[in-house]
Design a protein around this ligand. Structure first.
Ligand code: DHB
Ligand code: FE
Length: 280
């Protein structure tokens, strides 16, 4: 049977993709951020995932405001980066896992999560930047991927509790797949940030650190929060934290914290990296 080996969180700021393309790993601004990743890559090397399910939000690339699914999932043979720019050179396509995706879809819909199914899907920085961080030098082509999109851009957004339950349903879906596959779950985006409006530039370090702490062993503290609570404490785009909660829901009750890194600021956010092993 397939099993979930653990979860990873990472920011997905587009400027990171540009810094990778320009080799800025030793640059003083970027170094404290990039230095967080080798420990997570070592863990990936040890657990050897066959498939990465990447829970992220589309930022207006594959879905625009005219058609905005709450939950969507890819079932394509490959996924291409079509992010809007930042001068990033073309990168290789990401490998899909259509048969596995269709199993997840069957199971999730059977579990009352009515996913929009995408047999073609363009992916943006929400997906591509974390994949490049965890599998550098295009080594992400060694792992198959399933993009899973949660709407964080057009209200109403699904609640923290709903996203956590989606994660729990995703775990049941993975664990009912008959082939022996190791699966890692990524939750991308966050932490607190607001890119526009009166509070543009808003960052809440105290709340970020509470999120990094509590999501490990006490994720239930977030389940009574409303989206409005989250926007108040984390900023309009900080609502991307629901993506981390969906990841955490998929890991089961007990996890082991393998590694964490918090760095402030990169672009308009604090960056949070967590590596959680589910074999606790
Ligand atoms: C930034 C952060 C995001 O989550 C995003 O999608 C785009 C930009 C930023 O901090 O610049
Ligand atoms: Fe974002």
């Amino acid at each position: 049977m397939a099993k979930i080996v653990g979860g990873l969180t990472s920011s997905h700021i587009p400027a990171i993709g540009s810094a990778i393309a320009r080799d800025l790993f030793e640059d003083p601004y970027w170094k404290p951020f990039f230095d967080g990743f080798p420990a997570a890559r070592q863990w990936l090397h040890d657990v050897k995932p066959d498939i990465a399910i990447v829970i992220y939000n589309d930022h207006g690339l594959n879905f625009f405001l005219d058609k905005q699914p709450t939950f969507a999932i890819g079932a394509a043979p490959e996924y291409r980066n079509e992010d809007e720019g930042w001068g990033i050179p073309t990168i290789p396509a990401f490998k899909g896992a259509p048969e596995f995706s269709w199993h997840l879809i069957d199971s999730l819909v059977g579990d009352e999560f009515d996913m929009v199914t995408c047999q073609e899907m363009a992916v943006d920085h929400g997906f591509t930047v974390p994949m490049q961080l965890f599998w550098p030098d295009f080594s992400y082509t060694d792992v198959a991927t399933v993009p899973l999109v949660i709407n964080t851009v057009q209200h109403p957004l699904p609640s923290p509790a709903r996203c956590y339950k989606l994660g729990q349903a995703l775990r049941r879906a993975v664990e009912s797949y008959p082939e022996d596959l190791n699966v890692v779950i990524l939750g991308t985006g966050g932490l607190s940030h607001q890119l526009d409006g009166e509070r543009a530039g808003f960052i809440n370090k105290k709340f970020d650190l509470m999120c990094m702490d509590k999501i490990v062993d006490e994720p239930e503290v977030f389940l009574d929060m409303s989206i409005d609570d989250l926007v108040r404490d984390a900023g309009a785009q900080g609502a991307e934290f629901i993506l981390w909660l969906a990841m955490r829901g998929a890991l089961g009750d007990k996890v082991k914290l393998v590694h964490r890194n918090y760095h402030l600021p990169i672009s308009n956010t604090a960056t949070g990296l967590l590596c959680l092993d589910s074999a606790a």
